[in-house]
Design a protein around this ligand. Sequence first.
Ligand code: 26Q
Length: 816
Amino acid sequence: MDKKLLAPVLSNDHEQVAADLHRHFNFTLGRFDTDDISGYMMTALALTVRDRLMERWRITKAHEQGGERLRKVYYLSLEFLLGRSLGNAILNLNMQDSIRQALSEFSAVLEDIEMEEKDAGLGNGGLGRLAACFMDSCATLALPVIGYGIRYEYGMFQQSFHEGRQVEQPDHWLIAGNPWEIERTGHTRRVKFYGYSDYYHNDAGKMCVRWSNTQDVLAVPYDMPIPGYKNDKVNTLRLWKATATDEFNLQEFNEGDYADAVAQKNLAEQITMVLYPNDSSENGKELRLRQQYFLASASLQDVIADWVLENGENFEDFAKYNCFQLNDTHPTLAVAELMRLLMDDHGLTWDESWKITTNTMAYTNHTLLPEALERWSVKLLRELLPRLLDIIYEINARFLAVVAHRWPGDVSRQQRMSIIEEGGEPQVRMAYMAIVGSFSVNGVAALHSHLLTTGLFKDFYELWPEKFNNKTNGVTPRRWLAHCNRGLGDLFTESIGPGWKTNLSELENIRPLANDAEFRKRWQEVKRQNKERLLNRVSDKCNVGFSLDSIFDVQVKRIHEYKRQLLNILHVIHLYDRITRGDGEGIVPRSVLLGGKAAPGYALAKLIIKLANNVAQVVNSDSSVSPYVKLAFLPNYRVKSMEIICPGTDLSEQISTAGKEASGTGNMKFMMNGALTIGTYDGANIEILDAVGSEHFFLFGLRVEDVAEYRLHNNPNEIIEQDEDLKRVMRLIECGHFSMFEPGIFEPIIQSIRNPMDPWMVAADFRSYVDSQKLAAEVYKDQDRWLKSSILNTSASGYFSSDRTIQDYARDIWKL
Ligand code: 26Q
């Protein structure tokens, strides 16, 4: 290898950067000075940065290929919620100063240019953003981890409100081009659908299977560079786009229907057209299953093709050098697909293939909600993926034999554990297939992992306790602190040096400064500036005027009953009620911000949005109330919104029903940025509470055991009757105070709160929530105490860096 090729050559000084900017602007993009520059300037800057990424990418690959063979990990995920890439790449390449200087020649400001970039919204929420944080940490830790996902033409829908109701619009994020992706047609793979399993004897007389008469789709990879933080590493995120093969509808073509035949290409290309919103009403959709198989098959073929290139048809060491991490059950067809490829295409026996498969697959679970567990009907699989269904049945038969051997005669256990759920329309339980096919199964926070082994997956835990482990989630401190909160970042660096960006536990070193009045003053000043930025955003987007001196009380996340945005709204109504009835004495001014998308088919979640908007209308326009309480619902909450929200938040709302939120990751972003948490004993909240101490966390509500207990004798109507405050709140909703022009529209919400079977325990947790909010307001009045807690929250947040999470995966699961 030429030595020169192993070091970056492009200079980062501002003259060179300015020259490159000019070149890309004028030549690559063909723009002249008279054009409207802002959007093109963003692209020109992205290309300038990309040039620097490109050489580091090449070097990273050269290092991987030269020298000793490396064990590699493939992170398979239907979602990568990257958000914007420009600011992050500039930070990681340490180019801020030279770029600012270069841009000044164009009279441009970096922050304005950055605003022009569209979010890559290729995910729903937590699970997708986690994948993006993991990619950042893997590159920063210089680990050979490759992401595999789908290049959706349309990402997460855009949300707006019409008369307070959510309206969805398509997110055509690629419309102005994507400067970060590199198309690699040379690595195109072919994915099969439909057809049948064809059993035949090969030349040696051996019985073999081939999947015949299939309708194929091509998978074309688009690679996105993932830069490490100041380490000259660039990892790869490979996203697949579906496109038709040339023989697609050859017959029609030959019959002279040329145009029709070409139009049929659409069918193939549909596969990667749109990201499915996380929506239980979307369960069972064939197109979603096609997406899942498309990702699994293309990615596995890609890895195997590379393997064969280096090792020929010898798969003995395959499991030693390759590991697949399944991000939830979404890519779980990879278990059966790897079996198929090894047996049908590479001639391995069942036993050889199974050994390889179960030594390379690892599965992460992200939910305890039974309705969110994936099932696919056998009927659909038989039609779409017949060869895979054969293999799934064989996996299940052999697995049930293991169960029968371990628990002879225990038929009900066999039924419980079967990968195929019989009765009515038979279904494949994807989580069970993932467990059976993997050597590792992990949850995403301590409580969640514990509940998996004692509840949902108890039978499997009894069979294979050694497979189960916990990996508490984390978030990347580069995006979620250094990039989004420069004020705080500079303060850290000045106080404790720059090491925190790659070793977040160094934030411990600011702990003593909580007692330093001067430091607290500066902390407060940074928070004020961040609040101002957020306040301006809210004023712009919601036309609601927050006051800088109020508590910024924020809940942003997908809208779901279990996350209990309703409880938050009830609290706002309660404060409104107190003030209007003349009991506002001592109320600390509060600005409540909500944000989040409801799945398009989730009627009650959408109604919660409508209620929030209606309550906001009433509260904000009542001049006796609005000096004390304001409520705003920020439309179209996404990654870039959070970059402005979390630095400006005082109080972080993490109020899910205990046992329902697997982990949460927004809670971590807020904590890092110095917010205090009001939260239930759920998910990673518990670990946040442990890390910071209960004096600095507003804990409330039922615990998991209590929720189970309550189930049996929960009586919301009695709770409401006996709690004067809640009674008044309910009366306000019920008498139509927030639905003057549409009487009765909130009836489903009222019913859900009053339902004795309410699984979310909204009424049951109301009192302790309101009391806890009162305490939070009391503490806020004592700014010195609040600031100390704020500093201690940040200083205790080191554990929640995704660098720590990834080190745990690398050590315990990936064995890197
Ligand atoms: C499934 C079938 C069909 C269509 C869509 C889906 C689908 C898509 C996305 C189902 C679930 C999701 C996303 C789940 C998710 O984001 N879970 C969250 O994962 C976070 C990271 O581990 C946790 O912090 C959250 O607690 C968890 O809710």
